[in-house]
Design a protein around this ligand. Structure first.
Ligand SMILES: [Zn+2]
Length: 1096
């Protein structure tokens, strides 16, 4: 069977292709949209029964104003107004663990509302914690006396609180970048003083935030390459590496471009000292694109600037030759070349095994039978026919799948096919769904499955005649016969309990403990939710969202709110029996926003007031998730919990945690425990959540260690997201938090999803990476899946593949849409198979390889010492490149490093993974930061991992001011920075502007509104809005970069030679890092050595 499709004529689907209005094109390179207009489809031929185009799910309204939400006091009535009935001190924060809360006799008014009913719950056996207080549920917020509970002592200050001791504390402040926020100390509220005191005294500010500062490396300290080990005789690296373009088909290329091969210098052995760059020839070599001349100021090192191989070493006959950084493969050049070569033409998916343009190239996709690379990217588009070949090459065979990827407006979202009651047509044996690769035979009465070869009958209602080529005559009228991606409406058979699902619900669960109140978080959040609730995801053209909402606040106890539309005021119900969580109300908890708007608004107005004087510092965590999950279960729907949480949950409850942060474990065999959850309770809870279709998004606002590794277990296993705002302060962080929250709430999500990847005979999916749960070896279960999440799937051979038939993948995602519709989204992809290794090496995609290898490594640290994980990566990379050298490259000097053309960036990118915070943390990186990044990377797509590991560095003042395109990037190395320029650096999470010390005064004035370099505030996070072309251009660029990313990047302005510069330099990934990460040049040498060892 041959699935090699020729590019078919454009499918004549007549309807305008549905688009997701209002979505930014996310993460597809930074260039403005291609000018190539989408080719309109011709007429849609005739009625096809049941084929309907459903408008896409999505939000078409504009997001809520991005304006600054009102500050805390602006719109909140004073205590004299609507909240006057809440006397001072009568705020219920839940009983302390030793004080039994009194239910007040009679009901008291909540606002002007009638009394709320009192619900009580019988005490049940409590498996955890102290003897049960009877489940206390009260209906009053007002009138509850703060009992004599003394504010608990602050959490034990253990290791990891405050900035690492290795950092000098200094006067300069250190902005919270999110990744590297330092923690202020002393988060406990002031001890409550007199019981009856007015309480009006504001909590004392905690100790001044201790600044972290980095000590710049002493210049002159000898640079020690991190890669040590003896250099074997004859293993000199004599000349820049050469990559071999793979345009010659098998047999392997035999010809090197004359002049690109740099022969070794005979007899010149490298010095046997590890700190030397052995014997490099100084070359301006053109084999990696045009010769790059020295850049302005290139080589004028700042203090601490790397200077490759220039240190004097031990006795040595010849001064070491310098390996020209311009002669080693440049990521910037590769990205630019791909943009120039492939950015103008649409990528048409009709041909099997085509390698798509790079993720950094902006291109349009035309689906002609294979899934768009926005949905699936593979490490190789040509798979070795045998497992022996695959083992020899060591190239991982993996696909990075983003089933619900958001598309640019020019591209159509998948058509929805409705086969009515009969449901989608599938193979009887392997259950694969009808797709363009199925072979119709016997005049169209049967079809042979392209995955398992089973012959199936075509049901009468689906019968169609074949044309002279054996194709069904209606092939181009049916998406499932002509497109790579499409959806089927699912029948009731695909639903839980054979019942169509109810629309999902969102539950907002807000920590109202002392820290959350003090930082201004609660007030900000409640204010924002009032408007954000108008932007819940909607299906297509729906007037309003089908999603219902509910609200919970909590500290050591939980407060549920009845916001039924018939109520004049919301009612609160307190559940203090956190050990045995139950939902105290069903009716009125989950409501339609529009129907209950007045009550919801009233609630959101009152929450910040109710808890304004709280002294409760302890929180619970697992019971909160449990409560949300139980509420969804009771409502018989799937949904999402939005948790806003501040502290390590130390209150007595299931899932209680202790501070176990210990930086001394780094680089020991026990380091892995820092990444593992400290209790199994959260896995158990996650499993229950997945069964209910309860996805958990966690927003963390820690002031100290909160054990992200444990708290993120449930989000991770339910397909949710984690956001972390260290040392959250409204004035510094509200823009970032609001932007993330808006994007997160508005995201289109598939709920209660199951994904299965089927393959044609010969390979099968054996491993999966991402945010999901698996209860068997094949089904990826996702309580929720949004358009940013990917699942990386690894394949292995289980039989011989066939060059003629190729290999097929089919990813089927069953999910519930935001409106409660059950659907199947199908993506198909055909790959080539080869018997020559050279074909494998010329059809690889390095960005996807790195995505897979990073995820593989980041999972590995859970079980293996970090060093083992790093060594495994290095070995695998060396094996991949050695296999190429041995089998595919033309004969050349052993001193020559030869890289496959499409893998020439593998070493530089792999080095970035190796020196990332997870695998090689610096002193400024906290345990929580590492756990956070680890779980983020797990579900990143290829574009995100690309920029995350190799940040974009853009010069801002080099290109003409009137130029509208993004300035060409420069390599992420200090050598590329000119002190007369300003640069922008971003990696998808962080955003910096670096200002050189000699920047022209006019430029400083235009951008910062001050007259000199020294007046620029270091650590500035907002550029002033100035009316001049440069200011507009730079602010516009920042906006467009932010729009491309799924998370808001907070800006940090860094001045040359300022303390903060060390933070910025951390992202100059081609340089040696402070914590010992190798420079690109050093790593390339090391890789060459490894390869030669393998070959010798
Ligand atoms: Zn089959």
């Amino acid at each position: 069977m041959n699935v090699n499709q020729s590019a078919p004529p454009v499918p004549p689907f007549g309807q305008p292709q549905p688009v997701y209005p209002g979505y930014h094109q996310s993460s597809y390179g930074g260039q403005p949209g291609s000018t190539a207009p989408p080719t309109p489809y011709g007429a849609y031929n005739g009625p096809v029964p049941g084929y309907q185009q459903t408008p896409p799910p999505g939000v078409s309204r504009a997001p809520p104003s991005s304006g600054v939400p009102p500050t805390s006091t602006a719109q909140v009535p004073s205590g004299q107004g609507a909240y006057g009935q809440f006397g001072q001190g009568d705020i219920q924060n839940g009983p302390s663990s030793t004080v039994q809360m009194q239910r007040l006799p009679g009901s008291q008014p909540f606002g002007s509302a009638p009394l709320a009913p009192v619900v009580s719950q019988p005490t049940v056996l409590q498996p955890y914690g102290p003897p049960p207080t009877s489940a206390q549920v009260t209906a009053q917020m007002a009138g509850m006396q703060i009992s004599g509970a003394v504010a608990p002592a602050p959490p034990p200050s253990g290791l990891g609180y405050g900035p690492p001791t290795s950092l000098a504390s200094a006067s300069g402040s250190f902005p919270n970048s999110g990744l590297y926020g330092s923690y202020p100390q002393g988060q406990a509220p002031p001890p409550s003083q007199a019981q009856g005191s007015s309480g009006a005294q504001p909590p004392q500010r905690s100790a001044p935030q201790q600044a972290s500062s980095f000590t710049p490396p002493a210049s002159g300290v000898p640079r020690m390459p991190s890669m040590t080990g003896p250099v074997l005789p004859g293993q000199s690296f004599v000349g820049p590496p050469v990559s071999q373009p793979n345009h010659v088909s098998s047999p392997p290329p035999q010809v090197l471009h004359p002049g690109t091969q740099m022969a070794g210098l005979p007899g010149q052995l490298p010095p046997m000292h590890s700190s030397q760059q052995p014997g490099y020839q100084l070359q301006q070599n053109g084999s990696f694109g045009p010769v790059r001349g020295p850049q302005p100021n290139y080589g004028s090192p700042y203090p601490g600037a790397p200077s490759f191989g220039s240190q004097p070493g031990p006795p040595q006959p010849l001064p070491p030759k310098r390996l020209d950084p311009d002669a080693i493969p440049s990521p910037i050049q590769v990205i630019e070349d791909d943009r120039n070569n492939r950015g103008s033409e649409p990528f048409v998916t009709g041909v099997r095994g085509q390698v798509p343009p790079l993720v950094t190239t902006n291109f349009l996709v035309k689906d002609q039978g294979n899934a768009s690379p926005r949905y699936i990217r593979c490490t190789s588009y040509n798979i070795p026919c045998t497992s022996d070949m695959a083992k020899q090459a060591q190239v991982p065979l993996a696909a990075v799948i983003k089933p619900l990827a958001r598309l640019p407006p020019e591209e159509a979202s998948p058509y929805v096919v409705d086969h009515g009651e009969s449901g989608p047509l599938r193979c009887n044996r392997c259950k694969a769904y009808m797709c363009p690769f199925m072979q119709f035979i016997e005049g169209g009465r049967r079809f042979q499955c392209c995955f398992c070869s089973c012959i199936n009958d075509v049901p009468p209602q689906y019968f169609q005649h074949l044309d002279h080529t054996g194709k069904r005559v209606d092939a181009y009228d049916r998406p499932e016969l002509s497109l790579g991606s499409y959806e089927f409406l699912a029948t009731v058979d695909y639903c839980k309990n054979n019942k169509f699902p109810s629309p999902p619900a969102f539950i907002f669960m807000i920590d109202v403990s002392y820290n959350a109140i003090r930082s201004g978080l609660v007030r900000l959040l409640c204010e924002e939710l009032k408007s954000l609730l108008d932007f819940l995801p909607r299906e297509g053209g729906a007037e309003e969202s089908a999603i219902r909402v509910g609200f919970v606040t909590y500290n050591k106890v939980l407060h549920f709110y009845n916001v039924k539309s018939s109520l004049a005021q919301p009612q609160m119900m307190v559940v203090s029996d956190v050990a045995d969580m139950f939902v105290p109300l069903l009716d009125g908890f989950l409501v339609n926003v529009n129907e209950s708007r007045a009550v919801i608004t009233s609630l959101l107005d009152q929450i910040p007031e109710m808890f304004a004087d709280t002294r409760e510092t302890e929180t619970v965590f697992a019971p909160v998730i449990q409560a949300g999950m139980e509420a969804l279960k009771a409502a018989e729907c799937a949904g999402k919990l939005f948790l806003f949480h501040t502290s390590l949950p130390i209150a007595e409850a299931p899932g209680k945690l202790k501070n176990r942060d210990d930086r001394k474990l780094i680089n020991t065999d026990k380091e892995k425990t820092l990444f593992q959850p400290q209790t199994g309770a959260y896995q158990t809870l996650a499993k229950e959540c997945v069964a209910q279709g309860c996805c958990v998004d966690l927003f963390l606002f820690p002031n100290q260690y909160v054990d992200v590794a444990t708290l993120s277990v449930v989000p991770q296993l339910t397909g949710g997201s984690v956001y972390k705002y260290a040392c959250f302060q409204v004035e510094n962080d509200q823009e970032r938090f609001m932007s993330d929250l808006r994007q997160d709430v508005q995201k289109v999500v598939g709920f209660d999803a199951v994904m299965r990847v089927r393959t044609s005979t010969g390979i099968r999916a054996i491993d999966f990476f991402g945010a999901f749960y698996m209860s068997n070896t094949t089904d990826v279960e996702l309580a929720g899946l949004d358009g940013d999440k990917t699942v990386t799937v690894e394949f292995k051979h289980d039989d011989r593949l066939n060059e003629e038939s190729g290999a097929l993948l089919q990813c089927a995602l069953l999910y519930t849409s935001c409106a409660g519709q059950r659907r199947l989204r199908i993506h198909n992809l055909a790959l080539n198979c080869c018997t020559q290794l050279a074909d494998l090496y010329r059809n690889c995609e390095t960005d996807t390889l790195i995505n897979y290898m990073a995820k593989f490594a980041y999972r590995g640290v859970l079980n293996s010492p970090v060093k083992t994980v790093r060594d495994t990566l290095i070995t695998q990379c060396a094996q991949i490149l050695a296999c190429y050298r041995k089998n595919c490259a033309s004969p050349s000097s052993a001193g020559q490093l030869i890289l496959p053309e499409c893998m020439k960036l593998l070493p530089v990118y792999l080095n970035c993974v190796l020196k990332s915070d997870v695998l090689q943390p610096g002193a400024e990186v906290t345990t929580d930061d590492r756990a956070y990044v680890r779980q983020l990377v797990t579900s990143m797509d290829v574009a995100e991992t690309n920029v995350f590991f190799y940040p974009r560095l853009l010069p801002l003042t080099k290109s003409p001011i009137e130029s509208t395109t993004e300035p060409p990037a420069v390599r992420a190395s200090e050598e590329r920075l000119s002190n007369g320029d300003i640069y922008l650096l971003e990696n998808g999470l962080n955003l910096f502007i670096w200002v050189g010390a000699s920047v022209q005064q006019g430029v400083v004035q235009s951008l910062f509104g001050v007259s000199s370099f020294s007046q620029i505030t270091s650590g500035l996070s907002i550029l002033p809005v100035l009316d001049n072309p440069l200011s507009k251009k730079v602010r516009g660029l920042i906006d467009s970069l932010r729009a491309q990313r799924s998370r808001y990047m907070k800006l940090i302005v860094v001045k040359q030679e300022d303390k903060l510069e060390m933070l910025f330099k951390h992202f100059l990934v081609e340089d040696k890092s402070l914590n010992g990460g190798a420079s690109y040049v050093d790593f390339l040498c090391h890789m060459h050595k490894e390869i030669r060892q393998l070959l010798s």
